[in-house]
Design a protein around this ligand. Structure first.
Ligand code: COA
Length: 190
C-alpha cells in the first residue's frame, strides 16, 4: 500500500492509494463528523443504539484531550464521504483500539486496513508506545480475521469477560520503532 503525506499540518492527513478501489484520506475527527459517525455506528454489525452514548462521550473526551486518545476518520478522497473511523486510547506504553468501524456499504474495500495503518503510524510518532492492543468477542470471527490480516497476534482469551457472557479474544501488535539518522549521522528512534 502506498501512502502520500499531504502538505497539511494535520498529523494524520494522508492518502492511501494503489490497490484500494477507493482512495482514502485519513484525518482527525472534528465535531461536524458526528452525524455521519452516528449513522455508521447505528448500521454496523455488533454496534448500534446501545453503544451510541458511550461512543459519543469517548469521542468528545478524546477530541478535547488528545493526550488521552485520538479519533481517526477515513474519508473518500474524491467526494469526502466518511467511510469509517477508529478511536484509540493512549495508555502507558500502549495504544488501545477502543473502536474501529467501516461504513456498512464500504466493507472489504481497505478502509479498516487504512485506519489500522494510521494507528500504526500514530504509534510510531508517540515515543513511549511499544504495543497496540485490541480485544474482540470470540463470536466475531470476521473481526479476528481482520486483526490477524493486519499483523496482530492473538495472545489470549478471557472467558465471560463481559456482562453479556461472551468470551473476549485479545490481540497485540508490537511496535518496532523505525530508526532515523539526524544531521550528524547518529541514529535514534522516532
Ligand atoms: C472489522 C471491520 C472494521 C473491517 O473493516 P473493512 O474496511 O471491511 O476491512 P478491510 O477491507 O480493510 O479488510 C482487510 C482484511 O481483513 C480481513 N477481513 C475483513 N473483513 C473480513 C470478513 N468479514 N471476513 C474475513 N476476513 C475479513 C481480510 O483479510 C481483508 O482483506 P481482503 O479484503 O483483501 O481479503 C469491519 O468489518 C466493521 O466495521 N465491522 C463492524 C464493526 C466491528 O465489529 N468492529 C470491530 C470491533 S472489535
Amino acid at each position: 500500500m502506498r501512502r502520500a503525506r499531504s502538505e497539511s499540518s494535520n498529523l494524520l492527513s494522508y492518502m492511501f492509494q494503489e490497490e484500494n478501489p477507493v482512495k482514502i484520506n485519513l484525518r482527525d475527527y472534528s465535531p461536524e463528523d458526528w452525524t455521519t459517525l452516528k449513522h455508521i455506528i447505528l448500521n454496523a454489525e455488533n454496534f448500534g443504539e446501545v453503544f451510541l452514548e458511550s461512543e459519543k462521550l469517548k469521542i468528545m473526551v478524546f477530541t478535547a484531550h488528545p493526550e488521552f486518545g485520538r479519533v481517526l476518520v477515513a474519508e473518500d478522497t474524491e467526494n469526502k464521504q466518511i467511510l469509517g473511523y477508529a478511536s484509540v486510547m493512549i495508555e502507558w506504553k500502549a495504544l488501545v483500539i477502543t473502536s474501529i468501524i467501516t461504513r456498512h456499504e464500504s466493507l472489504r474495500r481497505g478502509v479498516g486496513r487504512s485506519l489500522i495503518q494510521g494507528i500504526k503510524d500514530l504509534a510510531q510518532l508517540l515515543p513511549l508506545i511499544d504495543v497496540i492492543r485490541v480485544d474482540t468477542g470470540d463470536f466475531m470471527d470476521y473481526a479476528q480475521e481482520f486483526y490477524k490480516s493486519c499483523g496482530f497476534l492473538s495472545v489470549g482469551l478471557i472467558p465471560h469477560y463481559m456482562s453479556w457472557h461472551n468470551n473476549q479474544v485479545f490481540f497485540v501488535y508490537p511496535v518496532e520503532k523505525r530508526m532515523v539518522s539526524n544531521e550528524n549521522g547518529a541514529e535514534g528512534e522516532i
